[in-house]
Every structure is written in C-alpha cells, then in structure tokens.
Design a protein around this ligand. Structure first.
Ligand code: TA6
Length: 309
C-alpha cells in the first residue's frame, strides 16, 4: 500500500441521495460496475453489489430506517462498545448517530486502485457526553475498488483535553447474504478459542474442521484469529474473504429460528439467508491516551475458488 493521495481528477464522483424516510444515502459506483450504498445514519453500509449487480449483503425486509433504531442488516458499526460489554446500549451508539462528511481528512494511506471512496466523521454530541464522557474523532473511509473490493478503514482519535484516556471495544457487524445457511462453511477459525455468547460467554476451543451451521443459534466470539477468514457459500459457488487489520477477534452469529421470531425487525425465515462474520476487537479493549489514534480496517472481497490455506 503506498502513501499517496488519489488526485481529485482521478477520483470518481460520489452520489448523495435522499432515501428511506428522507435519510441521506451515499452511493459509490466503481467503473467496472460494482457499487456500495451508505446511510449517513450510522455510517451504515446497507448495500454492496458485485460487477453483475448482485447484492452481497443481507438487509432484513423488516429493517427499520427510523432513528434511534439501528438498521437491521448491512454493516452496522459497533462503537464504543461491542454487545452488552459495558453500561451503554447494545453495540454502543455509533450505529444510531448521524455522521457527517469529513471534508478535510488527515493524509491517508490509499490503494491507488480504489478511486471511489467517501470520508465520514463522527464526533460526540452533548447527549453522548452524558453517557460516555469522552471527546473523540471517529474518521471512517469507505472505498470501493476493482473486483468489488470493499475497504473500510476506521481511525479513532482521543481528543480529550482533560488528560483522560478512554477504552472501547469495536466490531464491523457484517451481515453477509448467503443462499442457504446449511450450505455455508467458515474457514480460518478452526481450533481457536472462543467465548460462547449462548453459554454465558464460557470459553471453549473450536473443533478442527471448518464451521457449519445447523439446528440452533450460533453466537461466538473467536479470539486472536488469523487476519484472513473465508465464508464459503457452496450453492452460490461464492466465497467471501475478510481481511482485517487491528481487529484480532471475529464474531460469528446466526440467530436461527427462535431468536429470529423474537426480533421485530427481522423476518422469521430470514436466518436461512444471512450470516454475520464480524471483524472485531473484544477480548482486549483498546485504550487511547489523549492524542493517540487507533486504526481498524477490514477488506471484503469475493473469490470464486476455495481460499488457499
Ligand atoms: O454480534 C452478535 C450479537 O452480539 C448477538 O449477540 C446478537 O445480539 C446480535 O449481535 C445482534 O444485536 P442487535 O443489538 O443488533 O440486535
């Protein structure tokens, strides 16, 4: 990755449109035909399509596009708290806040191939300060490259002026669209330790084979995983590859039948067509002193053949 900026002349234009319930949405289109859609509400990616125009992310048909309800599906951002690991609402507040455009982002290591991107920024409101008394700047670059490569880079800086550090956990809570959950395998998490959210976060060690899904909810936090994980959809002959930096853990979630029925913004049968595999940092929360910055990046891509081990 070379340190240079994509000149404005090279950069492809982005579209900003009024979408569901008047919420603003950014549309990135890559020259070969792939696209990404991002709501400023939550800096939430709700669509990622390949060059054939096929949707790669799951978005519930019952998703609610109305603050403060988070959008069900796509890629919610969990910050400054993953799940209920703290006193804040589940998964923190970044996913149900209105983000702005970052017109003057600090220099950024870019991949020259990614000519279409947008820079978004979140700073705390007075209300946020009451529940999480810290100043921060969260800069997010979402870039789309050839082959429908989707790159998401988060830079979180502690801007406290009272000398106080802050600590957070984080996840890109990606909902992949799959043909049939019973046809899906996840590779790259074999033999790893994980915390089982269905068993009071007890610690277990995963078996030696790739992970498959049958009969019940799966909600596991895999610890210190490889930087590359594959989600293989045999029926669609499609493999999603997740590459991650600064995000040692990975969460795997499928609500299965019972929990699907319990969620108002999720269809009873929709668990059959989605799988969450989330690049995360959970086990070892990140602590930043004033002036310090953390970076967490995920790259999502699609390959048609099996991932070389
Ligand atoms: O990432 C998995 C998880 O933490 C599950 O425990 C489940 O609750 C899921 O997230 C969805 O959470 P949400 O708050 O969006 O309903």
């Amino acid at each position: 990755m070379n340190e240079m900026s994509t000149s404005d002349s090279e950069r492809r234009p982005i579209e900003v449109v009024k979408a569901i319930n008047g919420l603003e949405k950014v549309v990135l289109r890559e020259i070969q035909g792939s696209s990404v859609e991002i709501y400023l509400y939550g800096a939430h990616v709700t669509s990622w399509k390949n060059e054939q125009g096929e949707e790669l992310l799951f978005l519930s048909s019952k998703a609610i596009f109305k603050p403060p309800k988070p959008i069900r599906g796509g890629i919610p951002i969990c910050f400054p708290q993953f799940s209920n690991l703290g006193s804040l609402e589940a998964h923190g507040f970044a996913r149900n806040r209105l983000w702005g455009f970052d017109d003057d982002p600090p220099p950024f290591p870019v991949d020259a191939a990614n000519k279409v991107f947008t820079d978004l920024i979140l700073r705390p409101t007075k209300e946020d300060f009451k529940i999480w008394p810290h100043s921060f700047e969260y800069r997010l670059r979402i870039a789309l490259g050839p082959g429908a490569n989707l790159m998401m880079t988060s830079r979180i800086r502690n801007t406290n002026t009272d000398g106080k550090p802050f600590t957070f956990t984080f996840a890109y809570h990606t909902y992949f669209s799959v043909s049939d959950i019973s046809e899906v395998r996840v590779e790259g998490l074999e033999t790893l330790d994980y915390l089982d959210n269905c068993k009071k976060r007890e610690r277990f060690t995963e078996q030696g084979d790739s992970i498959t899904f049958e009969e019940s909810e799966v909600d596991k936090i895999y610890l210190s995983t490889p930087t590359k994980i594959a989600v293989m959809d045999h029926e669609k002959k499609r493999t999603f590859v997740i590459r991650k930096e600064g995000l040692p853990d990975a969460v795997v979630w499928n609500p299965w039948e019972k929990k699907s029925k319990a969620m108002v913004d999720f269809g009873d049968e929709e668990y059959k067509h989605m799988l969450c595999v989330e690049a995360a940092t959970v086990e070892k929360p990140i602590t930043l002193k004033p002036g310090e910055e953390w970076r967490g990046r995920q790259q999502l891509s699609i390959v048609s053949k099996k991932l070389d081990s």
